[in-house]
Design a binder for this molecule. Structure first.
Ligand code: GDG
Length: 730
């Protein structure tokens, strides 16, 4: 098993300054708890922040790293300013509220963002320093969303996984973020991006599609240079720990202690970090309503409310604390009596034994977050109920609701529904409680935190294998050397190049894809070598090709072969083609233009093309399917083909294709070196027409007849540059 490099904002240990030296304590929270057990049981190194700013550690850096190294941890040093702006700022005032559907709490600040970039860079530097070949780098959570891409830039072949512990919002909310592109690109630096639920996966895929235009299919996103897997991995708990700890003596002692204090009432339990996403004030309002509507439970039920202090430096959290204090005071004042306090309120973190004692004692767990990535408390409560007795009331807005369907599932905004759920829970027959809990327990035992890690790791391995398979044909190293050697000795070379997507990137409007500054000199340099014949084989109209490339000493093919221009010659049409079909087809395409904002029709002499790159992606592909069907019916009896390309549907004469077009250059004499590059389906005809010895190159990662592939037009340009250098050197 390869070594694991865990990376998260916080280390599982937090440092505090003492009068002399430092104190080291375990950190609290979902990520620390979940990953802590993996860290303990495996050969891993954990890179994260230790909780103190760089200034406070000054002069003790080595000592601290040494102390942390004993726990297989390594700290990142951050300035006070960056902690303020990256952690309390961008992470907790921008991403956290936005990703939990609190857009009104979201602060958009350039300073926060700059610190976020800087802090991610600081993490990257440490990870790169620590990483060894073969390590699996696993980055966690929303504070480090730029990190996968940053690491990838430094270590291109690294195995990188990313897991988001909070929800991924709907693309409609995500698009509010000014830095949405950077975030998506940052995440796509990973090989595998994991979320708790399939909903988050869907939202992420849709955001990727809208923000950077990459399509997804069957769990894979084809990014510019690589395939990235995106999947759901509902995080589990250390089931064994939670299902056995009830038997510990310390826990038993705590159970007795609490029972003595609370008295002989039924117990409803509520435990969370004090966070506005957890819905604590509405939960207290529900409890108030419950006591009001059901006076028969007064004196018979106690709510134990544990609120763990969190992010106390952030304004919304301070206000929240005040609101909770008020509500607890109000309820206790309104219903309390001597001998019965309706709400037992603990504003602090409790030790594990006490947590277990509370799980053991509670008749009902009231887990009603307004939004929650997963919620481990719900799972821990169920696991702790070894006798099967106890009822979980769970918000449908928590990721855990997807797995714990046997709980009483409620809408956290529907107070009456929750009150009814509380009554249902308090009166539920024992056999029903046991039956529900057993089903959930079996599920939690099967997919414990260990299972979660194993599942993530095997998917990560899977995507690496797939990348390798796809990369086998990649034109790198040895194959490039062979190609260059073949080129060097050849005397009659033919170089066939597609234009869009091969020499230049796609742009929103075809007219905008003019040859960039280096394309013309490069092609010219190649064409100047007498041993070379260069042909640009394009689907574009001849007027555009003439305008952009006409001055070069190259052959040109327009409209996929309708028009051909040999070096020094004039444009000629191939065969006799008809265009009278256009009047029948055009109105249908125009109808789709009207119905699909952002799309348009391009008319060439013997073809009509519907472009939808600028349309809404989902809508565009739906309409494309409809248009293709409509056109297929219409063109059935005509010699026309309806072809689908990269965000285009094209109707043209079926007898015309790039393969047929390039055959005249093949027939023109023996070639001792042929290179052809293209990125889409129309280029496949060209590859098919060439002899096996030709260097055929597919740009992009899709299936192809080509012998090799390159990732992007940039790689094609780099290859052509090498050829040109050889030509010049000769
Ligand atoms: C984030 C996401 C997602 C809590 N109080 C005490 C205590 N805890 C432990 C619990 C549990 C963990 O902390 C809390 O986890 P949650 O999942 O409920 O919540 P977040 O901290 O918000 O975590 C969340 C999680 O990441 C994992 O991906 O589920 O949705 O927001 O394990 O046991 N432990 C002790 N004393 C406490 O007072 N000992």
């Amino acid at each position: 098993m390869n070594r694991l490099l865990l990376v998260s904002n916080r280390l599982p240990y937090t440092l505090a300054r003492k009068e002399s030296g430092f104190d080291i304590k375990p950190s609290a929270g979902g990520v620390a708890t979940g990953l802590g057990s993996i860290h303990k049981s495996s050969d891993s190194i954990w890179v994260g922040w230790c909780g103190l700013s760089r200034d406070r550690l000054k002069g003790h850096e080595e000592e601290i790293q040494k102390r942390l190294a004993e726990e297989r941890c390594h700290t990142v040093f951050l300035s006070k300013y960056d902690i303020e702006n990256y952690y309390f700022g961008f992470s907790n005032k921008t991403i956290w509220p936005l990703f939990h559907y609190f857009p009104l709490y979201t602060v958009y600040s350039k300073n926060f963002w700059d610190s976020y970039v800087r802090a991610n860079q600081a993490f990257c530097d440490e990870v790169v320093k620590m990483a060894k070949e073969g390590d699996i780098i696993w980055v966690h959570d929303y504070q480090l969303m730029l990190l996968p891409r940053m690491i990838r830039e430094k270590l291109p072949d690294a195995t990188i996984g990313f897991f988001l512990h909070i929800p991924f919002v709907s693309s409609e909310v995500f698009r509010l973020l000014p830095w949405r592109r950077e975030i998506v690109e940052g995440l796509l630096g990973a090989d595998l991006v994991g979320f708790h639920t399939y909903d988050y996966v869907r939202h992420f895929n849709e955001s990727v599609r809208r923000v950077v235009g990459y399509e997804h299919s069957f769990g894979y996103i084809t990014a510019e240079d690589r395939i990235v897997r995106v999947d759901a991995f509902p995080m589990g708990i250390d089931y064994k720990q939670f299902s056995t700890a009830g038997g510990l003596d310390e826990v038993g002692a705590r159970v007795k202690e609490i029972r003595k204090q609370v008295g002989d009432t039924r117990i409803i339990l509520s435990i969370d970090r004090l966070d506005y996403t957890k819905g604590i004030p509405p939960r207290l309002e529900v409890f108030d309503l419950f006591l009001e509507k059901h006076p028969e439970y007064r004196g018979k039920v106690t709510l134990i409310l544990v609120a763990v202090p969190s992010r106390t430096g952030v304004e919304h959290y301070r206000l929240l604390k005040r609101r909770v204090d008020e509500l607890v005071g109000r309820i206790n004042g309104k219903y309390g009596s001597i001998g019965w306090m309706p709400v037992w309120y603990l504003y602090r973190s409790v030790p594990f034994e006490k947590l277990m004692a509370l799980y053991t004692l509670a008749d009902v767990a009231l887990v009603t977050p307004l939004r929650d990535g997963m919620n481990l408390i719900a799972k821990e409560f169920v696991a702790a109920k070894t006798d099967g007795k106890g009822v979980l009331i769970l918000s449908e807005m928590a990721g855990a609701a997807k797995e714990l369907g046997e709980a009483i599932i409620v809408n956290p905004n529907n107070k009456d529904e929750i009150v009814d759920a509380m009554v249902q829970a308090l009166t539920m027959p024992e056999y029903d409680q046991i039956e529900r809990n057993r089903v959930m327990q079996n599920r939690l035992a099967r997919y414990s935190v260990g299972g979660w890690v194993g599942d993530f790791m095997s998917r990560l391995e899977g995507v690496k294998l797939l990348q390798k398979e796809r990369g086998v044909r990649r034109l790198t190293g040895k194959a490039t050397e062979e190609l260059l050697a073949g080129y060097a000795v050849a005397e009659k070379r033919l170089i066939l190049l597609d234009y869009d997507g091969t020499l230049v990137p796609f742009s929103d409007w075809p007219r905008k894809a003019r040859p960039s500054g280096d394309v013309i000199p490069l092609i010219k340099g190649l064409a100047d070598d007498e041993r070379n014949e260069v042909v640009i084989v394009s689907g574009r109209d001849k007027e555009t090709l003439e305008e952009w490339l006409g001055a070069l000493n190259v052959g040109l093919v327009a409209e996929h072969g309708v028009w051909v221009k040999e070096r020094g010659g004039d444009w000629r049409m191939v065969g006799s083609l008809k265009d009278d079909w256009k009047s029948q087809v055009r109105p249908i395409i125009e109808l789709y233009v009207d119905r699909t904002p952002g799309s348009f029709v391009e008319e060439k002499s013997y073809s009509l093309t519907w472009h939808y790159r600028k349309a809404d992606p989902g809508w565009g592909s739906l309409r494309a399917r409809e248009l293709r069907d409509d056109l297929a019916d219409l063109t059935e009896n005509l010699a026309l083909g309806v072809l689908e390309g990269s965000k285009v549907i094209e109707v043209k004469d079926v007898t015309i294709n790039k393969g047929q077009a390039v055959s005249r250059w093949l027939a023109a004499g023996d070639r001792d070196f042929i290179l052809a590059a293209g990125d889409d389906w129309t280029d496949e005809d060209m590859f098919n027409a060439l002899p096996e010895s030709a260097y055929t190159i597919k740009v992009g990662s899709g299936a192809s007849k080509a012998r090799f592939n390159l990732d992007t037009y940039r790689d094609v340009m780099a290859l052509l540059k090498k050829l040109k250098e050889q030509s010049c050197a000769a």
